[in-house]
Structures are given as structure tokens and as C-alpha cells.
Design a binder for this molecule. Structure first.
Ligand SMILES: [Zn+2]
Length: 136
């Protein structure tokens, strides 16, 4: 499963967060670097409205860093580099243009314990049945 980051992810993020004044500019610049890129999604913990990505391949980090506008601060460079070389990031659906090979259809998430599994009458981990949310 992969996600393709929207070509206008940065401006969409800024537009959404400007209303409440909670823009994380380092995150906005990270999205700018990733616009149009395809990222692997970690599928153990699935959500309706967000995607946990896996690590970015090492050989992609340098070309992505080169996209960062040269006038950005060292703090921003360090932030973007740390995330690109880390174990992954959480990307909200509003930044995503396309989900490729979506594994969620036919699956559900237990809101009690967080387990994702094939649709069933009860959670295979905690056995509860009242907290199951089916992916569409
Ligand atoms: Zn459960």
C-alpha cells in the first residue's frame, strides 16, 4: 500500500491550518519537499483519515533534501532531514492525492485496542464487538 502526496499538499495544509493559526511551518516545508512523491504505508495500524508511512529509502533522502528552498533555516533543514531519515511519518488524508493498492477494503479497526484485521464479529485481539469500525 502506498500514498501519493498531493501536488499542492503544502498550500492545502497551510490553507486548512491558517484558520485556527496552528501552522507548523517545518511540516509545511516537509510537505513541499514530498509533493508528488509516492510513499510506502505501514499497514499494521490503519486509519480512515491518516497514513503512517514507512522509512524513506536512503537513496531518496538527498534528492528530496535538494528540493528544500535554499533560504530555509538550518532548523528547518534538520527537521526535514530527521523525518526523512526516521522510521516514518503520519500523513493526514488531506495531503494525499491517491492511495495505491489500498489494503483497507474488507478490513476493520477495533477502536478499543487498535487492532486491524479482516472483518469479523469480534476483535481477534481483545474479543470486544462493540468497538469495531469497518473500513470503506
Ligand atoms: Zn480490540
Amino acid at each position: 500500500m502506498q500514498i501519493k502526496i498531493h501536488q499542492d499538499a503544502k498550500s492545502k495544509y497551510i490553507g486548512k491550518h491558517a484558520v485556527c493559526g496552528t501552522i507548523n511551518w517545518d511540516w509545511a516545508y516537509l510537505l513541499e519537499v514530498l509533493q508528488g512523491e509516492t510513499l510506502e504505508v505501514e499497514t499494521e495500524h490503519l486509519f480512515h483519515d491518516q497514513y503512517n508511512t514507512g522509512p524513506v529509502a536512503k537513496d531518496r533522502v538527498e534528492p528530496l533534501m535538494a528540493r528544500l528552498d535554499e533560504c530555509r533555516s538550518q532548523q528547518t533543514r534538520d527537521y526535514v532531514h530527521k523525518i526523512l531519515t526516521g522510521s516514518g511519518m503520519r500523513v493526514m488524508w488531506g495531503s494525499v492525492a491517491e492511495v495505491i493498492d489500498d489494503v483497507r477494503p474488507g478490513m476493520m479497526r477495533c477502536q478499543w485496542c487498535g487492532k486491524c484485521a479482516s472483518v469479523a464479529d469480534a476483535c481477534p485481539k481483545c474479543s470486544k464487538s462493540d468497538y469495531l469500525e469497518r473500513f470503506r
